[in-house]
Design a protein around this ligand. Structure first.
Ligand code: PLP
Length: 430
């Protein structure tokens, strides 16, 4: 076996970390420490001046999280990772790394609801405008660009529509303007590597499939290392203009000796430093344990979800099944282009009988957990119209693809007979 393997099954066990340099420990130790003893005054000065990379304070970096960062970056084909306290903080820091008050960015409308709120309300209250566009036509991104547009944002496999985002098409439009594409790949690790298709940065809620155990909240930002931030010039002032918060550093120049990691370094030493949304090392350890089995789990999630899609498609009480293998035309082409080795573990379906039927079905489940989460090893279900999407207007529900009888499933890795058995008995009760 080569330690530089490109195979995900090997990277998740060996990537980026061999053993603890001091103790030889093979499992990554939990470095539950706030601070790190400097060797001497010069060492401390070098670390603060970024002449040398090393541990200063766990709000900014931690050896346990460093192992997770290197492993996930290797898995994605990126050059650097940055662990964050949650998926939400990964999205927030990614946008704030490029946008300042008065700037704007263009986002796909097909987003996790929490990200929608962050973009439409919280960032907008800080003077950063999100321009939402329909990703059905990639050209919509071009139409929304102006001089103050700093980045594009999208999810690879957004629920509930489960229509795969045209990554390469939009990344190519962005490059014409010097604009990077940031992609949330939370729902499709292993089956998609957005950096291979032109995305500049990948973000994760590690809370979901990366962990798989449902014990920890966390996030990750991965810098692809191939976007030419420097050539974007005035288009990306946070990386190309002097930073008053760091001795006037121009990040694209300052990090040259360290590699093409301007985006990741600024997010760490400016935003994590100032905002403090750091991952706890204990959670970092938990994600490392989960990551070890991610390729195996994703295979099982995808196989089980396809079997559930087939089962539900033939059920008399189900009026529609939403799963990429059932899509046609351009949407099917995108799924086949960007997803490899499976079409994901998320699936939706609509029940005849609307709101009441949806709620009865959820109450009838015995094995599935009824939770507002996805990506757990266990099967999960929710009725969005009465929960996550209940505050939306009817028009918004239609735009987001959530009808009254819509049920969202996150298919787990239990035996397929037990998954279908639970769905069958719950459908019988409707
Ligand atoms: N991105 C996606 C696609 C999600 O589904 C979620 C959470 O459900 C998030 C981001 C936010 O992640 P977290 O809950 O870890 O903050």
């Amino acid at each position: 076996m080569s330690r530089d393997s490109k195979n995900p099954e090997t990277i998740v066990l060996h990537g980026g970390y061999r053993h603890d340099p001091d103790t030889g420990a093979v499992a990554v130790p939990i470095y539950q420490t706030t601070s790190y003893q400097f060797r001497d005054a010069e060492h401390a000065a070098n670390l603060f001046a970024l002449k040398e990379l090393g541990n200063i304070y766990t709000r900014i970096m931690n050896p346990t999280n460093d192992a997770l960062e290197m492993r996930l970056a290797a898995l994605e084909g990126g050059v650097a990772g940055l662990a964050t306290a949650s998926g939400q903080s990964a999205a927030t820091l990614s946008i704030l790394n490029l946008c300042e008050s008065g700037d704007n960015f263009v986002s796909s409308t097909d987003l996790y609801g929490g990200t929608w709120n962050l973009f439409a309300n919280t960032l907008s209250s800080m003077g950063i405008e999100c321009r939402f566009v329909d990703p059905t036509d990639p050209e919509n991104f071009r139409k929304a660009v102006d001089d103050r547009t700093r980045c594009f944002f999208a999810e690879t496999l957004p629920n509930p529509k489960l229509q795969v985002f045209p990554i390469q098409e939009v990344a190519d439009i962005g490059k014409e303007f010097g604009i990077p594409l940031l992609v949330d790949n939370t729902a499709s690790p292993i089956i998609c590597r957005p950096l291979d298709h032109g995305a500049a940065v990948v973000i994760y809620s590690t809370t979901k499939y990366i962990g798989g155990h449902g014990t920890s909240i966390g996030g990750m930002i991965i810098d692809g290392g191939h976007f030419d931030w420097e050539s974007s010039g005035d288009r990306l002032p946070t990386l190309n203009h002097p930073d008053p918060s760091y001795h006037g550093a121009v990040w694209t120049e300052a990090v040259k000796p360290l590699g093409p990691i301007a985006f990741a370094i600024r997010a760490r030493v400016v935003l994590l430093r100032d905002i403090g949304a750091a991952m706890s090392p204990f959670n970092g350890f938990q994600f490392i344990q989960g990551l070890e089995t991610l390729p195996l789990r994703m295979r099982a999630h995808c196989q089980n979800a396809q079997a559930v899609a087939d089962f539900l498609s033939g059920h008399p009480k189900v009026t529609k099944v939403i799963y990429p293998s059932l899509q046609e035309g351009e949407m099917r082409r995108r799924a086949d282009t960007y997803l490899k080795g499976g079409l994901g573990g998320l699936l939706g379906f609509e029940l005849e009988g609307g709101m009441d039927a949806g709620r009865q079905f959820i109450d009838g489940l015995e094995m599935f957990y009824h939770v507002a989460n996805i990506g757990d090893a266990r099967s999960l279900a929710i009725h969005p119209a009465s929960t996550t999407h209940s505050q939306l207007t009817d028009d918004e529900k239609e735009a987001t693809g959530v009808s009254a009888g819509y049920v969202r499933l996150s298919i787990g890795i239990e035996h397929i007979d037990d998954i279908i058995g639970d769905l069958t008995q719950a459908l019988d009760k409707v």
